[in-house]
Design a protein around this ligand. Structure first.
Ligand code: CAA
Length: 410
């Protein structure tokens, strides 16, 4: 196939999350915060909480398995794993997924990091690779667990999920358009030093940094001949909490010199927030999940231009658009997405705090996790500084992390 004028974009898109959830109603009962602050002030109803045997690998493998099952692995030449809650300082998390899914050996597997922006970089790199060789496909995985300290302002904006995107020539869902707008600025709004399991954040300054980056990326996008805002059907924003999308759209309308009406903003963004308002923040996966919610909504989008704004603290941002392919609805995974959200078991505030406090050993000691996940892959434990994963299907085999002889997989 010639790479001349071939359209490239997202051929398949799906997400998975954890088996547990904490509702903000349960959180409010114990924190004394008015529930309206959670529901209206930040726009969140619930957040996904990982079970002890779930992590960014198990969620990503679950999402990726659906994509590989539908399309086969043979044309995948690259697997890009975007995360800011990586399990290893050296090894790419995608290699565990590669092993769990039994993918072929002739694949380049790399992990990318730049806070919540990493998956958008992966999408653009994937698009370039497929333009160079339209016969190959790129599997982009975005997987994160948003974790803040207990009793901190960020606590109510935790969450977890993984998205899987298959980037191909002649995509079924969306073509990625050019140009895009970029913006980078070093700022300490949100970060996580290597020795911490919970992120540090300056909440107010992170909101300001997000909006400043939106201005920067949007002005670059327009200067490069990007589509006027009035011609963009719907905007999908990175949603650390869904009210952030409202603030962003308000800001963008002002930047574009268009009328600002909060009720109209709420109506146009509603189809993009249905999943994230109950999943919570999933960092790198959040924007893809906002897009999945829009595609799964009742709004007809055939041939329409959709805007995407990606923000990664620290900070890098990108504004781009995608054109929805006619007939896209035939390729959606709406039932699986709704099941991922509704199948989660609600947990009590006490159980949530116990889970938050229990972290994996950091001294390499042997540790077996409790078997709580309802997903097809689980973190069985740790042995000799290695994570041991297993498939939970009836013929479940222990893979990745090379379980040593005598290691009892629970
Ligand atoms: N009823 C209705 N609304 C209420 C209310 C009530 N009873 N009480 C308060 N509110 C409203 C407030 O008016 C406020 O609304 P506005 O922002 O529109 O003014 C909103 O609820 C939040 O109230 P506060 O500002 O008092 O909230 P807070 O101090 O608890 O902090 C937060 C909110 C900064 C988002 C905090 O949760 C946080 O630090 N979260 C993590 C950081 C984050 O998500 N930053 C986003 C940008 S960075 C990014 O996007 C990258 C990323 O993924 C992290």
């Amino acid at each position: 196939m010639s790479s001349e004028n071939v359209s490239v974009g997202i051929h398949d898109l799906t997400f998975r999350t954890t088996s547990l959830q904490l509702t903000h109603a349960e959180l409010a009962r114990h924190t004394g915060v008015p529930l309206a602050k959670y529901h209206r002030g930040i726009g969140q109803q619930a957040m996904s909480i990982p079970a002890p045997d779930e992590d960014v690998i198990t969620m990503a493998a679950h999402a990726a398995a659906a994509v590989v099952e539908r399309h086969g692995p043979d044309r995948i030449r690259t697997l890009l794993f975007a995360t800011e809650t990586s399990i290893d300082q050296a090894k790419a998390g995608g290699l565990y997924v590669h092993s769990l899914l039994g993918l072929p050996p002739h694949i380049r597997v790399v992990e990318l990091k730049q806070a919540c922006y990493g998956a958008t970089a992966a999408l653009q790199f994937a698009t370039a690779l497929v333009h160079r060789d339209p016969d190959q496909q790129v599997l982009v995985l975005a997987s994160d667990i948003a974790r803040y300290d207990l009793d901190s302002p960020g606590e109510a904006t935790q969450g977890a999920a993984a998205a899987a995107l298959l980037v191909t020539a002649r995509p079924a869902l969306l073509e990625i358009d050019t140009p895009s707008g970029l913006f980078a600025r070093e700022v300490m709004d949100f970060w996580r030093p290597n020795y911490r399991t919970a992120a540090l954040v300056d909440g107010r300054s992170s909101v300001d940094a997000y909006l400043r980056a939106l201005t920067g990326a949007w002005s670059d996008y327009r200067a490069r001949g990007g589509t006027p805002l009035r011609n963009i059907h719907t905007m999908c924003y990175h949603q650390p909490f869904t009210r952030m999308a409202h603030k962003a759209h308000h800001h963008l309308l002002q930047q574009a010199g268009l009328p600002v009406d909060p009720e109209h903003i709420a109506a146009v963004l509603a189809p993009t927030t249905t999943y994230n308002q109950v999943l919570g923040n999933s960092y790198t996966a959040s924007l893809s999940i906002a897009l999945a919610a829009l595609l799964d909504s009742a709004t007809p989008l055939d041939g329409e231009t959709v805007g995407l704004f990606s923000y990664g603290s620290g900070s890098v941002a990108e504004f781009l658009t995608a054109t929805v392919r006619p007939g896209y609805r035939d390729h959606l995974r709406t039932d699986a997405h709704r099941a991922a959200v509704t199948d989660r078991r609600p947990i009590s505030y006490a159980d949530y705090r116990d889970l938050h406090a229990s972290t994996l050993p950091t001294d390499g000691s042997r540790h077996a996790t409790a078997g709580l996940t309802s997903g097809p892959y689980r973190l069985a434990g740790i042995h000799d500084h290695r994570r041991v994963y297993e498939a939970t299907d009836p013929v479940g085999r222990s893979v990745s992390g090379a379980a040593p002889d005598g290691w009892p997989v629970p």
